[in-house]
Each structure stands twice: as C-alpha cells, then as structure tokens.
Design a protein around this ligand. Structure first.
Ligand code: USQ
Length: 389
C-alpha cells in the first residue's frame, strides 16, 4: 500500500511510519513540528533527544537499506499544501494523527483553546475535503479518543447504538460529552467525518483510542534485544503532554510521589504503544465499505488511576525503588468515581494481540527512563494548571 502519515513526527506518528515501512509499504510522513512548538511553550521537551523527521527518515532508510520512506514538511491546515501532496503521492490510505493532542494544554488559555480548535478542525476538514475531491476511494484512518464518550452511567458501544424513544427505534452515534476543549474537537471531527461519509461516500475508520503508554516498538529494536535510541519517539512526561502511566514511570525514577489526581477513581481504557501500531495496521488492512463510518474502540484493558499507581509502585519495588503515591488536588474537571464499561472487541476480532500492562512492561520502561534521569525537569511535572482558574 501507499500510506500517508499525517503527524509523522509525533509520539504515535513516528512508530507508525516505521511500522508500515518495515512491512514494505511505501510511506510518506508529513509534519509541521507544531507539537514541538506547543510543548516548548510550556517547557515540556520530550525526555529523550529526538531528531527532526527528515533526519529520522534519512537514518531509517540507511539502516534498513531502503529508500521507500519519504517526508514532506508542511501544515495540513493549508489546503493547497495538503491537496498537492495527496495528488502527487496518490495514497491508498491516510492515517491522520496531525492534531494538537493534549487535553490539559487545550484548557490552559484562550490562545491554546483557539489553536486547538483551528488546528484540529480545519486539519480534519481539509483531509476529508481533499479526499472527496481527489479520490474518495482513499481510506482515512482518523485517531479519535475514547474521551469523546466521557464517563457515562451506561455501557459504551463501539460508536453506534440502537435506542428506543416513544415506541420507535433508531440507530445513531452514541451520545458524546467531552471533558476538555481538546476532546470536544475530537467529537466534532467525528461529526464532520460522519457527514462526509453520509454525503459523499467516503471510507473512514475513526478510532476511539484510550491513553497510550510505553516507549519501545518492534521497529526500534531492529531485530536486537536493545532498542536503537536514535529511533526513539517523542516521549513526554510533563503535566500537559505526558499520558498518565508514562508520567508515573518518570515520577518513580526521579523520586517524585506519583501524582494521583483527586480520589484516583477515574477509569479509562489503556493500551501499549505497540498495540496502537498493530491496531492501525489492522484498520488499514480492512477498509470499511464506502458510505459507512466505522468506529472502533482502541484499548486493551481498563484501569483506575489508583490501580495504575499501585502497579507502578509494585514494579518500582522490584527494582529497589521506594515509590510514593500522593493524592494531589485534581487540576481537571472530571468524575473521580464513576461507572465505566466500554466495549472493545472489534479490533480483537480483527486479530489484535494485546501487550498487557505487566510489571515487566513497567520495569522495562523504568530501566530506559533511568538512563535519562538527569534530564528529567521536575518543575514541569505538576503545577496544577487548572480547568477552573
Ligand atoms: N491523571 C492523573 N495524574 C496525572 C495525569 C493524569 O491522575 O498525573 C488522570 C487524569 O486526570 C485522567 C487520567 O489520568 O483521569 C488519564 O489522563 P491522561 O492525561 O493520561 O489522558 P487524557 O488527558 O485523557 O488524554 C490522553 C491523550 C489523548 C488521548 C486520550 C485518550 O493526551 O491524546 O486521546 O488520552 S482518553 O483519555 O480516553 O480521552
């Protein structure tokens, strides 16, 4: 296949680019480095030094002795740029990660909220419009978020559900209620894509992904037991850009009590970064029929924040660390104790082999983070940047 990866410089975009390239697909990775800029504004550089996308791809092509992976630097909110790339490359599949990905960052200021809305909504709109104009047969795989559902008091289906109202039945998108501006843009992305699918028969897969954890994917190992650090992805641990398990691992290594927000009963579906790339591949290999929006819940196991903290503490003890847990004031507006029961069988039925969160997985992460301990900026870990202030 010819695969266009939008947001190829990011935490998930770079492992995805390598994954498809390693399978022999022709990959074009695009990025405008905006996430690097957004993160730098809040002093949150990734823990590991990360080369530019150009340099990563050049390095990848040298060590894998191939030249099928290419890059283009540009902004997908610029329609001229995006449509030219799609016309020239003529992809079979577009994987769309090119969004501002942090909920806390989107809530930090008016400017951040506005930039999140502009970047995410115009970007997605441009992708859908360009595909409609150039070739509606291109399969769009869009990274949504399980946060679109909020934390409802009923089970959560995979996208659509059947309901009955005044003795009549209908099937519609399950109601969504985002806890941040970021999550709300993802809801609007889904609505936009659904409209394009219904109106112009596009083929779209929208993945409701839970918070991702982990550092290493198969392609960083290059067949060895130790990863090549030059191929590492942008691993964040700060209050805005780090996901919770990744943050806890870094906190354990630098003797910072794990920052459980509030009561810690917040429950989400999580997955390993290795499973993200597997899921994207499974989606790419099974495009939906035209005119149908396919939604799949992308997660492999459900935890409360307290359960995650306990697991990190146990893994830390095995490595001789004295990991403390602290219930800090919750900077977010979210339920801290709630029902949560999402369905997530579609990707398993397509063949997903989950990498579950074992003590070994956490210890492996800790051993890598340990090597970069001196680079950890403790002052970016918790400043209680709040939804309410
Ligand atoms: N949390 C803590 N302590 C921390 C950090 C987070 O208790 O130090 C809690 C949060 O309050 C939340 C849960 O852990 O209840 C998950 O937080 P997160 O920061 O790992 O995830 P979230 O902000 O929800 O967003 C992340 C990614 C986003 C992705 C989303 C999936 O930034 O790209 O889409 O996970 S979901 O959460 O399902 O919306």
């Amino acid at each position: 296949m010819k695969i266009l990866v939008l947001g190829a410089d990011g935490y998930l975009g770079w492992p995805t680019t390598m994954y498809f390239a390693a399978k022999g697909h022709e990959v074009l990775g695009i990025d405008n480095y905006i996430k690097r800029q957004f993160a730098a504004e809040v002093n949150e550089e990734p823990l590991f030094p990360i080369k530019t996308l150009q340099d990563k791809i050049k390095y990848w092509n040298i060590i894998t002795k191939s030249n099928i992976t290419k890059y283009a630097i540009g902004d997908i909110t610029n329609y001229e740029f995006l449509s030219t790339v799609i016309k020239d490359f003529s992809p079979d599949c577009i994987i769309h990660y090119a969004e501002q990905p942090s909920s806390p960052w989107s809530m930090f200021s008016y400017e951040n909220a506005k930039r999140t809305i502009e970047n995410n909504l115009i970007g997605t709109f441009n992708v859908a419009w360009a595909v409609k104009e150039i070739n509606p047969d291109i399969h769009i795989i869009k990274l949504g978020t399980s946060g679109e559902y909020g934390s409802p008091n009923t089970d959560i289906p995979e996208g659509f559900f059947e309901y009955e109202y005044r003795n009549r039945k209908e099937t519609r998108l399950y109601p969504r209620e985002g806890p941040s501006i970021y999550h709300t843009t993802k809801i609007q992305d889904t609505d936009l894509l659904h409209f394009f699918v219904r109106t112009w028969g596009l083929k779209v897969t929208d993945l409701m992904q839970g918070p991702v954890l982990g550092i290493v994917t198969e392609e960083m190992l290059l067949g060895n037991s130790v990863p090549d650090h030059t191929l590492f992805t942008s691993f964040h641990y700060g209050e805005h850009f780090g996901t919770v398990l990744n943050r806890f691992v870094v906190q354990a290594i630098c003797d910072y009590p794990l920052t459980v927000y509030g009561k810690g009963g917040q429950t989400r579906g999580y997955l390993n970064i290795k499973d993200t790339v597997q899921c994207i591949n499974l989606a790419a290999e099974t495009p939906p029929e035209s005119g149908k929006l396919r939604i799949m819940n992308q997660m492999t196991e459900v935890f409360t924040v307290n359960e995650l903290a306990n697991r990190v503490q146990i893994a830390g003890t095995k490595l001789g660390l004295d990991v403390k847990i602290s219930n800090v004031p919750n900077p977010r507006k979210e339920a801290e104790e709630h029902y949560y029961n999402p369905e997530y069988s579609k990707l398993l039925n397509l063949g997903l082999q989950p990498n579950y969160l074992t003590a070994d997985v956490i210890m492996e992460m800790m051993q890598i983070v340990q090597q970069y301990r001196k680079q950890i900026k403790q002052n970016t870990i918790f400043n209680c940047n709040s939804w309410n202030t």
